[in-house]
Each structure stands twice: as structure tokens, then as C-alpha cells.
Design a protein around this ligand. Structure first.
Ligand code: NAD
Length: 329
């Protein structure tokens, strides 16, 4: 009998899912990827890629019935950067779509006795009230309650964390939950309204001639931390090989303002641009990851420097800008 482990990756046509499929293949897994769409920027490395809608229970039933999976990685979500999540316009669809996906998947994972399940939660679950200072000291996993996320996206993630935890408690399932903090890298959404700050800054800088001007939402002094995709995957695999259910932060603690993120992209590009601060969806004032718990339970935490990931990401986005011949202002 084959000892090759079989993994199902939901959200395999997305940014993190695409990388995760590649990583699992490199580790020797048989990988089946599922998504409502194919990856926009790369071919899949999956042994099988099934296109379909995880909001449909029958579809979820079919994919889990055909193959007995050892591990399931649940990354599918209706998701985007601040321009999608924080405007309020997509609240109902975000909650309905992502909650339906999670309700379907966890039920099918139980039904087919998948041994290990990974769920990708988010730093967006943390209460708004402790993220009002740009100099955020780092969010600890225990800060999640009393709950008070600033977006419906965050509330759905918190609901789904509890969903997976309740299945683990009542049905003896092995679950592992990570709270990702702003993951970035090449092959991620970089235009169209769902992109996040690192990609948006790289695109704006790449598409603007030296001496020009770029727009930044708010005063640009809001802060975040950004984690390069390789370290995100490292965290996920460490977590899945551990006995820790989590939730565990997978994030960097290198805090940077959005103005300085733009400055970093300009330095990489060798350009000097001015900022035009305009109104826009901002999210919380300051957010960082406290990595005490991950270090304690996994004996590992992210350490890579933001600048290194930004260089690789900038170069990839600059290539896309050139390919699409975006107007250089
Ligand atoms: P992504 O949008 O690139 O990937 C999500 C994928 O889910 C997409 O490919 C999308 O097509 C798929 N999907 C959505 N609805 C679906 C449906 N009904 N049926 C099938 N597939 C569907 O996002 P990502 O950045 O790769 O994020 C992966 C996961 O990590 C998400 O759950 C996200 O909420 C979580 N997360 C990401 C970040 C980050 O910074 N990227 C931060 C926190 C949490």
C-alpha cells in the first residue's frame, strides 16, 4: 500500500493556496487542489485541480468522497485587502460566502474522517479597541476575547475558528488554526481592488515615473506588519506537524507605517516620488504580531526582514506593470 500522504488544498487557485500546493508537492504529498477559479498568475503544481464552488455542499461531498485525504488545508475565502473588506459594501457576501464554505468543509471532513485539518484565520479577528495606537505592541493570541473585530470579515473568521474548535471538541477531530498577519509575495493580487498594501505600494511606485506622485489612503501613519510567503508556509507546516491546535499567530513583528512601506518600495525602485494623502478605507490604526506563543509551542518564529521580501515582490510587480503596459504617469 502506498504511504504517500494525500492532501486536499481548498483555495488552491489563490495566492497562499498556490504556494502551499507547491510546497506540499516538494515534500512528497499527493495534492488535490480545489478552487472556484484557476490561479491567475501561475500553473498549478497539484496532481489534480478541481474547479468548483465550495459553497455547494454536493460539490464538497464529491471531492471528499472520491479520495480519502489524510490532510485538509482550508484557505478558501471571500477575501481582499482594505479596499474590499473595509468599505462595508461586501459585508453580507463576505460573511455568507466564507461561512458557508467553512460549514460545508468541516462537515465533510468529519464525515470522511480526514485526520488533520488546517484552517487559515486572520489577524482581523483581534479587537479594534486594542489597535488604536500606531505603536502597537503586538497582539497576543489571548487578546482575541472579549471579541470586537473591526470588520465582518474578522467576525466570520472568529466564528469559523470556533466552528472548527467545536468540531474538534465534539467529534475528536485534529485541527490546527493559524491567524495570518498580512502575507505578501510574488504571484499575489496586485491590482483590481483586492490587493493589499505591499502589492499596492509596489504597483503604484512601479507605474509612476521618477519625480511623480502616488496616492496613499489616510495620513499613511497607520502601521502593520507584513510576512513574506515563504515564512507563512514554514509556519503552516510547523503547525501541522505539531500537537498545537492553536489559534497561533503567523506574522511578523517588524512594524512599519504605510508611508514607510511606500518609501521602501521607492528605495528598491530607485525613485523619488511624493505622496498625496487621500480618504480611503483604513482598518485599525496599528497592528503587529506577538510571537511569544508560536516560539513557545513550535520552537520557531518568523525572522526574515521585510526589505528582502519587498525586493522580490517589487521586481515581480514591476514586470507585471510592464507586461500590462500600465500607463506610467
Ligand atoms: P486568495 O483570495 O488569493 O485565495 C482565496 C481563494 O479562495 C481564491 O482563489 C478564491 O477563488 C477561493 N474561493 C473563494 N470563494 C470560493 C468558493 N466559493 N469556492 C471555491 N473557492 C473559493 O487569498 P489568500 O491571500 O491566498 O488567503 C488564503 C486564506 O488565508 C484566506 O482564507 C484568507 O482569509 C486567509 N488570510 C490571508 C491573509 C493574507 O494576508 N493573504 C491574511 C489573513 C488571512
Amino acid at each position: 500500500m502506498s504511504t504517500q500522504k494525500k492532501a486536499l488544498v481548498c483555495g488552491a487557485g489563490g495566492f497562499i493556496g498556490g504556494y502551499l500546493v507547491k510546497r506540499l508537492k516538494e515534500e512528497g504529498y499527493f495534492v488535490c487542489g480545489v478552487d472556484i477559479k484557476h490561479h491567475e498568475y501561475r500553473d498549478t503544481d497539484a496532481d489534480e485541480f478541481i474547479q468548483g464552488d465550495l459553497r455547494e455542499q454536493n460539490f464538497c461531498r464529491k471531492i471528499t468522497s472520491d479520495i480519502q485525504f489524510d490532510e485538509l488545508y482550508q484557505l478558501a475565502a471571500d477575501m481582499g485587502g482594505a479596499g474590499y473588506i473595509f468599505t462595508g459594501e461586501h459585508d453580507a457576501v463576505v460573511m455568507h460566502n466564507s461561512a458557508t464554505i467553512n460549514l460545508n468543509i468541516v462537515e465533510e471532513a468529519k464525515r470522511t474522517s480526514i485526520k488533520k485539518i488546517f484552517y487559515s484565520s486572520s489577524a482581523c479577528i483581534y479587537p479594534e479597541r486594542i489597535q488604536k495606537d500606531a505603536n502597537n505592541p503586538g497582539l497576543k493570541e489571548t487578546d482575541a476575547y472579549p471579541a470586537g473585530p473591526d470588520s465582518e470579515y474578522g467576525w466570520e473568521k472568529l466564528f469559523s475558528e470556533r466552528l472548527y474548535m467545536s468540531y474538534a471538541r465534539n467529534y475528536g477531530m485534529e485541527i490546527h488554526i493559524a491567524r495570518f498577519h498580512n502575507i505578501f509575495g510574488p504571484y499575489g493580487t496586485w491590482t483590481g481592488g483586492r490587493e493589499k498594501a505591499p502589492a499596492a505600494m509596489c504597483r503604484k511606485v512601479a507605474a509612476t515615473l521618477n519625480g511623480g506622485e502616488i496616492e496613499i489612503w489616510g495620513d499613511g501613519e497607520q502601521t502593520r506588519t507584513f510576512l513574506y510567503i515563504d515564512e507563512c508556509l514554514e509556519g503552516v507546516r510547523h503547525l501541522m506537524e505539531s500537537t498545537t491546535a492553536g489559534p497561533v499567530n503567523i506574522g511578523s513583528n517588524e512594524l512599519i507605517s504605510i508611508n514607510n512601506l511606500a518609501n521602501m518600495a521607492m528605495t528598491i525602485a530607485g525613485k523619488k516620488l511624493t505622496f498625496k494623502h487621500i480618504p480611503g478605507p483604513l482598518g485599525v490604526r496599528g497592528r503587529s504580531s506577538d510571537n511569544t506563543y508560536i516560539q513557545q509551542v513550535l520552537g520557531w518564529k518568523p525572522t526574515a526582514k521585510l526589505i528582502d521580501g519587498m525586493k522580490v515582490t517589487y521586481n515581480w510587480i514591476a514586470e507585471q506593470v510592464t507586461k500590462q503596459n500600465l500607463s506610467i504617469k
